[in-house]
Structures are given as C-alpha cells and as structure tokens.
Design a protein around this ligand. Structure first.
Ligand code: ZN
Ligand code: ZN
Length: 50
C-alpha cells in the first residue's frame, strides 16, 4: 500500500504519538490524499462542525 499525502510523506508519518494528524516529517498540518481531493474530507468536516 502506498497512500501518500500531498506533502509527499506516507500516511504513517501523520499517525504519531502527538495529538492531531500533522506530519511528523514536515509542516504539513494534516494528511491529505492528492487522489481524493476533498470529498471525504469535506464530509468529515461536515460531521465535525455540527
Ligand atoms: Zn502530509
Ligand atoms: Zn510531510
């Protein structure tokens, strides 16, 4: 499996001990899949912002 974030690092780099999902290797604020632009994320944000 090779799910890579738009920042160029693997999804695993965004899953670490610290809270949040920011990249552990760069300043990327959260994991974003470049192949799935915003559909799933937009839905997630909708759920979180009720
Ligand atoms: Zn990233
Ligand atoms: Zn990164």
């Amino acid at each position: 499996m090779g799910t890579t974030c738009v920042c160029g690092h693997a999804a695993a780099a965004h899953e670490h001990y610290r809270p949040g999902s920011d990249c552990a290797l760069c300043d990327c604020p959260r994991f974003r899949d470049p192949e799935q632009p915003t559909s799933w994320w937009a839905r997630l944000r909708k759920l979180l912002s009720r």
